[in-house]
Design a protein around this ligand. Structure first.
Ligand code: IMP
Length: 430
């Protein structure tokens, strides 16, 4: 600290929620800066599990302020639902502010997301159907509605009158039969705006003042580097920039504040959605990873995740494009029970060694993994890990320490945090 950025280094779902919750303990402010309700962050407090899509992970901590930055796309009904549910569970959610520049997901975005996915065929990303692609299309196309419009009924009505007929024509052109009613959308969204208005501020100005007062800020990434619109597996990723630099743009702070950049990576690889996946596994080991991984199912869509060995080609690229200064390695316990574990160090394609992650999905789909094998830690079962975590890093089995040291040597950054279970207690920090 003062400012730490935590980003996913793989395909999202790296266990960021838990790591961010661990870091939030020392933060004064937690900031979301990209993505939207497509994200799913699971936080466990005691026996209670919370699954957030839009609320920043520090919201359960009374003394921590939580910001939703301008780079996030806000689905008002979903955000209100999360606020209401969190309040019902005893947390007042007074510690939330939303950027007046954040774009709003409208009902036609979700309709268009589904229609576009259907029409795209093999180019479909298997989206979360939260309207993410279409809302970012509107942001760039300057058709967007922002939070400052949502809370201003006159502007909202005027914008909807202009935009809705255009979206109606698009829906019809795509073969959809949904009918949009600008006035009905206005009534529903103006009501959401009224409820959200007390949270809406200029979050960039607020953050600037907090940074200058030495407050410790944690920027909470959503999705992951390889889903990033610029650096990810295009077109099978998401529509926002997911890398650390996006924290500057998506929160409205200068890049000079972003000096501590933590990548979160699983000890294996997983993803939901479509696209090439060089280390993907099927069969008993895949089942083991999925089931031991606490049920590898998407937090937002509940789809079973595709799983494979850790891919250091992907992670080396993540170190580079994010400027990672350290790694948090999650779910090391999930590899327990296996006699042998593997790490992909390069790809082979057409008899050539490939060391950099390719841009072309055609090239990537022809890449096969080159593995380094490690002795596993089959003797350690789920019950052992809390005790190990309590004793700290040196109590980790030697086999796991060798695996972690190899990752550090390949990525040339330290593994600062190791997570060996879902709970806060199962976290070993440095
Ligand atoms: P979209 O973001 O809903 O447009 O989905 C695009 C792709 O990103 C799909 O493959 C989704 O499964 C994936 N995706 C989006 N958000 C997340 C996330 O938070 N974790 C993991 N995958 C995600």
């Amino acid at each position: 600290m003062p400012a730490t950025v935590a980003v996913g280094s793989q395909f999202g779902d790296e266990g960021k929620g838990k790591i961010i919750d661990f870091l939030a303990d020392r933060a004064d402010v937690v900031v979301r800066f990209q993505g939207g309700a497509n994200a799913g962050h699971t936080v466990q407090v005691g026996e209670d599990l919370y699954a957030f899509h839009l609320l920043p992970s520090g919201v359960l901590r009374k003394r921590t302020m939580n910001l939703i930055g301008n780079g996030v796309v806000v689905e008002p009904a979903q955000l209100l639902k999360e606020i209401d549910e969190t309040r019902e569970r005893g947390h007042p959610v007074k510690n939330l502010r939303i950027s007046d520049r954040a774009h709003v997901v409208m009902p036609y975005h979700k309709i268009l997301d589904a229609l576009e996915e259907k029409l795209k065929g093999n180019l479909g990303a298997g989206t979360t159907l939260r309207g993410i692609g279409p809302v970012f299309e509107d942001k760039v196309g300057r058709f967007g509605i922002r939070m400052c419009d949502l809370i201003d009924p006159e502007t909202l009505r005027a914008k909807l009158r202009a935009i809705v007929p255009i979206k109606q024509r698009l829906i019809e052109a795509y073969g959809g039969d949904e009918r949009l009613d600008a006035e009905a959308i206005f009534t529903e969204y103006a009501a959401h705006g009224e409820r959200l208005a007390p949270f809406v501020i200029d979050t960039s100005a607020w953050l600037d003042s907090a940074l200058r007062r030495g407050k410790r800020i944690l920027f909470e990434g959503a999705q992951g580097t390889h889903l990033c619109i610029d650096h990810g597996v295009y077109p099978f990723g998401t529509s926002s920039d997911c890398v650390a630099g996006a924290a500057s743009v998506g929160a409205g702070v200068g890049p000079q504040f972003l000096t501590d950049i933590l990548g979160v990576a699983k000890a294996f690889t997983s993803r939901v959605g479509a696209g090439p996946f060089p280390t993907e596994l099927e069969g008993p080991i895949a089942e083991h990873l999925r089931e031991r991984g606490g049920g590898e199912y998407g937090t937002t869509t509940r789809r079973p995740r595709r799983v494979g060995w850790i891919d250091l080609v992907m992670l080396r690229m993540s170190v580079r494009v994010n400027g990672l200064t350290a790694l948090a390695l999650t779910k090391l316990d999930v590899l327990g029970g296996l006699d042998r574990v593997r790490a992909c160090v390069a790809y082979r394609s057409d008899g050539e060694t490939v060391k950099e992650f390719p841009a072309s999905m055609r090239v990537l789909s022809q890449c096969g993994p080159v593995y380094r094998d490690f002795k596993g830690w089959p003797e350690f079962s789920e019950g052992d890990w809390i005790g190990i975590a309590k004793k700290g890093r040196r109590a980790l089995p030697e086999t796991t320490r060798k695996f972690v040291a190899f990752i550090e040597s390949q990525l040339k950054i330290p593994v600062r945090i190791v997570s060996v279970g879902r709970s806060r207690a199962a976290t070993i920090g440095r």
